[in-house]
Every structure is written in structure tokens, then in C-alpha cells.
Design a protein around this ligand. Sequence first.
Ligand SMILES: [Fe+2]
Ligand SMILES: [Fe+2]
Length: 251
Amino acid sequence: MERPIAYDKLAREDRFVRMRAREVARLKLEQGLPPFPDLASREAIRERVHGILVGELQAMEGAGRSVCDFPDAPWEFTLDMARQVWDESRHVEIYLRLLEHLDGHAGEFPETTILWRCACAEDAAARVAGVNRGLEGLACDVFNQLVHIARRIGDPILERAVEFVLADEITHVRMGSKWLTRLTEGDPERRRRAIEFQETIDERFNLGGMRRTGDPEAVPVSVATDVRRQAGFTEEEIERLLRTTQRSPVY
Ligand SMILES: [Fe+2]
Ligand SMILES: [Fe+2]
């Protein structure tokens, strides 16, 4: 099938700067900065919110791509992906405004394209496993932590806005679980490959062992076990995630 949009051809206004994640990390380390914003200051929160904004943009584009890429998928799959485009476009608007609320602007930090690259997986089952369960599972962790921090610093706008988005992300992860199961029914090999793809993403984002459970104030990125349960992750998966977060580095 013809793939009209290549990895590096996402439409953006000139103000957006695209860079590979490893290049961003290298430049930051060179300047003595942490490779991932730690949420300890308003500036760090702004940078994280910018990262989320471009993630939402790519999530919208990725779900839109899934509407077009799999014409033979069940109709309900296409409908779920279309619904996700709608949700993500709303998230883009919310995060654009949150960025303004934090005195930032779009294009202030570089855009990496990790989410979009995962959204280009050829198999629909791998795509929902990697994007909806892997990356949006991570989004649940990050948003849950951001809600806690917003509450502590007394920013009800940030707190409530992110909480609304989190509710949607939980449904996106559940959607991923549903379609991973339905699309691979009777094909354990396809299921295994899709889950493997998700696990490479989970491992890539373990952030050098920085992800932990516990006090969301005290860790760089927490694993939100309660939210992940709501999103349909099994105890075994949560356990595995916690184990891998103690291992290999992110970049
Ligand atoms: Fe989203
Ligand atoms: Fe989402």
C-alpha cells in the first residue's frame, strides 16, 4: 500500500524544530543538564508540557494514519481510531493553552518523533500495542505525576486540565488492550510480535532506571500503578514494567 507520509515529512509550521531524541539528550548532557526535564521548577514543567504537546500532535497524526492504513480492519477499529484523533486534537489544544499558561510557546524546545515512528509500525496489532499500551501507558504515568505536582504547587488550571486528558488516555490504553486481543485472535505469533514491540518501547522509556513507584514528588518519572490497573494492565505486566525500569538506559 502507498504510504503517503514518511517519518520525516510531518507537516509543521516553521517555528517547530525537529531533532533526534538521542541528539537532544547528548546536547543536554554536554551542557550539564538532565536528559529529561525533572519537574522540579516551573521551567522544567514547561519543557515537559512542550514534550507532551508534540506527543499529542503525533498521537493525533498516528491515529489518523491508522484510520487510513488498515482498510480491511473491523469497522469498530477504524471508529475507535477516528475517535482517538478527535480526543488527541482536543489534547493538542489543551496543551497549547497550558504552555501559554506557563509562559511558553510552541517551538520553544525541539520536537522528537519517537511516537510518530512507533505509529508507523506496519502491523495494526503492533501499532496499538506500541502506541496505545506502551506510549500512552507511559503518558498515564507522566500525567498522573503532573497532576500531583500541580496540586502541590497550587496550580488548579494545570491540575484539572491534565486530569481531564488523563481520563482520555486511560480509555486509549484500554482500546489498545482490546484491539491487541481482537486483532491477534487465533494468531499467537502475531500477538507475540506485537507484545515484543511494546516491550522494546517500555524498555526504551525506562529512563535509565529513574522510573519508580512511590512518592510522585521524589522520583523523576513515577509508575502510576493504580492508573495502570484502571487502564487494563495486568499485575504481571506492572511487575515486569517495574523490573525493566531498573535496567537498561533510555538513549
Ligand atoms: Fe493524548
Ligand atoms: Fe492518547
